[in-house]
Design a protein around this ligand. Structure first.
Ligand code: DX5
Ligand code: ZN
Length: 250
């Protein structure tokens, strides 16, 4: 009996160690505050962190790369002051000249600079500049861009963002057909952080999780809910379970 218990304990420990070593990535939920009351962004960010968010996804739009305008680095600087040093700011840069904002965003307190592949002719140089500014690097693709175009950069970035709507607005319908991009990326880059953004909520999370996404942006589904804490927990559980299942299947 004692031996059996010991064996099963050590088997469980081995399994956990295996999961830890084989899966470098974990489930993370990043509310997009685009759909919140923009007149109280600071308190909305704090509220999301208190409700269990792992990071904050901040959508920067310049009215040129996308047909909408949001905010820039001066707002990020104020947000950083109001929420403190801890929260991770994933800057989703929907702008035509991403090179222009690397240094200002770093100075404002951005943690990760996620630019669009479609917005630059020299992704390699931009990746280098972002690293020199001590931010993490995210690389996003719009629905019309193939994942093969992103692949050559995948080993140089921290995170790939597969857009599941046309960038520009919150509250749009999730595009199922983007999931093949996520699955392909997961199969080719087993430890890469893969983010999905657009129309993700309790109804669509399982598709994202099964395809292999581990960083989940959710705007209207989280912010518009009466109980954001439960929605965040539900999203995280779905992703964590899929990660565990993938590990056991290997
Ligand atoms: C859209 C933005 C998203 C948006 C997501 O261009 O990149 O981050 O806020 O909002 P939902 O989850 O409502 O689609
Ligand atoms: Zn976004």
């Amino acid at each position: 009996m004692y031996l059996t218990v010991c064996r099963s304990v050590s088997a469980t420990a081995r399994l956990h160690a295996h999961i830890k070593h084989s899966m470098a990535y974990s489930a993370k939920i990043g509310p997009s505050i685009l759909s919140s009351d923009l007149s109280c962004l600071g308190s909305e960010c704090v509220r999301m962190m208190e409700c269990g968010a792992d990071y904050l996804h901040l959508d920067v739009m310049d009215g040129h790369f996308v047909p909408n305008i949001t905010f820039g680095h001066p707002m990020v600087e104020c947000l950083r002051k109001s929420v403190g040093q801890d929260p991770f700011f994933d800057m989703h840069m929907m702008v035509s000249r991403p090179e222009q904002w690397v240094k200002p965003m770093a100075a404002a307190g951005a943690s990760q600079y996620t630019f669009h592949l479609e917005s630059t002719t020299n992704p390699g140089n931009l990746i280098k500049e972002i690293r020199e500014s001590r931010m993490k690097v995210g690389l996003a693709i719009k629905p019309g861009t193939t994942v093969e175009e992103l692949a050559p950069w995948a080993n140089q970035i921290d995170m790939a963002l597969v857009m599941t709507v046309e960038p520009g607005f919150g509250g749009q319908k999730f595009m199922d057909d983007m999931m093949s991009k996520v699955s392909w990326l997961r199969s080719q880059f087993p430890s890469l952080d893969i983010e999905v953004d657009g129309g993700v909520g309790p109804d669509t999370i399982h598709k994202c999780a099964e395809a292999g996404a581990n960083m989940i942006v959710s705007g209207s589904a989280v912010i518009g809910s009466d109980d954001p804490r439960s929605v965040i927990a539900l999203l995280r559980t779905a992703v964590a379970e899929a990660i565990q299942k993938r590990s056991l299947d290997r």
